[in-house]
Design a protein around this ligand. Sequence first.
Ligand SMILES: O=C(O)c1ccc(O)c(O)c1
Ligand SMILES: [Mg+2]
Length: 603
Amino acid sequence: MRTSIATVCLSGALVEKLHACAEAGFDGVEVFEPDLVAAPQSPEEIRALADRLGLTLDLYQPFRDAEGVDEAAFGDVLRRAEAKLALMRRLGTETMLVCSNVATATVDDDEVSASQLRRLGDLAAAYDIRLAYEALAWGRFVDDYRRAWRIVERADHPHVGVCLDSFHILSRGHDPAEIEKIPGDRIFFLQLADAPALTMDVLSWSRHHRLFPGEGSFDLPTFLGHVLRAGYDGPLSLEVFNDTFRRTDPARTARQALRSLRWLEDRAARDLGATTTATLGRLPDAPAPRGVDFVEVRAEDTTPVETILEQLGFDFRGRHRSKNVRLWTQGAARIVCHERPAAGARPVVAAVGFNVADPEGAALRAGRLMAPPVHRQTYAGDQDLRAFAAPDGTEVFLSGGGAWEEEFEHGVRPDPDPAITHVDHVNLVQPWQFFDEAVLFYGSVLSLEPQPALDVAGPSGLVRSQVMRSADGAVRLPLNLLPAEQHGHAQHVALACRDIVGLARAARERGLRPLRIPGNYYDDLAARLDVDDELLATLRSLDLLYDRDSTGEYLHLYTQTVGGVFFEVVERRGGYDGYGAGDAPVRLSSQAAHVSSRCGTCA
Ligand SMILES: O=C(O)c1ccc(O)c(O)c1
Ligand SMILES: [Mg+2]
């Protein structure tokens, strides 16, 4: 279907926004009136630029406070409308959004609103323009799309239809299934926005927190399904008011926006099958990865990381035959240590490899979703793994399993009975401006499902955390939002272990110094979870953390941080499926205390 985006979604001046939308590949835009009013170009110049860029100007918006007013006020509405309709002819825009009255409405009567829309329709007809009436969630009298449709039906004018906006409908919990009762040709326009689940007044929620489809918690594939089954065949248009997108690179936001529509069209097409005649764009099929294939740590010198791996019982499996890379494994957990002179002194998680059933198909899908490819130096005979950059620059490799292991030479044989069995999760801290984009990236490119977000209290602010995971839990990526003022954050790799107590003891004997956990934590654990004395003594002596719920138990420990990386070892008992979120504040405080005690000497 045709794709469109409201100029209000992006930062910059109108001309920059148009360039960004065209470069991303949109077919059209909604002109947001304040953007035009503030532009130095004439409407004719904007129209000519859009033409040159191959963009249509699909909608002019918003026309406010138009109906439900008394006759004296309506005279002024007609005067305003006439000026805007004339302006729209200069722009070449054929649909105007009329939103339900929030400020001047005095008459709560469908017949009055319908007759005023009918008179506006007569005026619009003279300019060959259509009016799309939208119920704002905070409209004075009309705040429900079903009522907006009743009024439009009553106005019974060929130039008056409805505009459906997913935010206003889903934020209020209105059932979108009734959209199917509206004839498709009476739906003049469709605006799509996602949003996080928040409990706040709906106007602030709408003006500051909207997200692109796939980034929040609305069920947009189902919503779009209802609109398409109604027979709508106009553009799919994004209207996202968001404080972050208003201040970050518009070209980047526009690409993210189009990615969200490609994902949404594909999801809706899968749900709808043959029940719609709409021509929805499809993506190559790619099921979620079967597991984490490897994690690559990169630095000028990776020795401190390798020391910890050795203490955790990893086996050195050799050097790469042509690159300065060393492989450490334990069970199916593989850590690749890559020394590169330009990589910086601080070790970082530079790449994560995912084990996918069909690497070619997964790479095609990533390409259609405009994931930027990463080109890696390969040598004769090396596996040529496909890789793409995640929003924060982390390289995402798509591999079919560990055949590349054979490129490593002169290492020991793997332990046949390892304590650590695989990578449980990889925690990726996201700079604030890339968090929402990362949710969409991992959700669309890797087909991971976003779990409900939660806030974790750290010593220097709340950390928003959201897990992206595969249905079977084989891949879990907790994403943490890094507050704007913070830097020097670390990513971490959590390793699944069958016997964490045994491993913690053996690792200590090999010299591991885990992250120290304060005594208060264990006192609290005894009170909160009634942990028995013997287990408590063991946890305390080994700096292990502990959580329990109705399904099972979670025991975990953290290594100290080296540069931008640390490791967690986890043992899941029973059906425990979480991450010990209640322990995160203790972990964050212990890490902060550790960093400040070390840096005290360099101050
Ligand atoms: O926030 C608003 O006022 C506003 C304006 C126009 C829209 O289409 C909308 O959904 C919201
Ligand atoms: Mg809207």
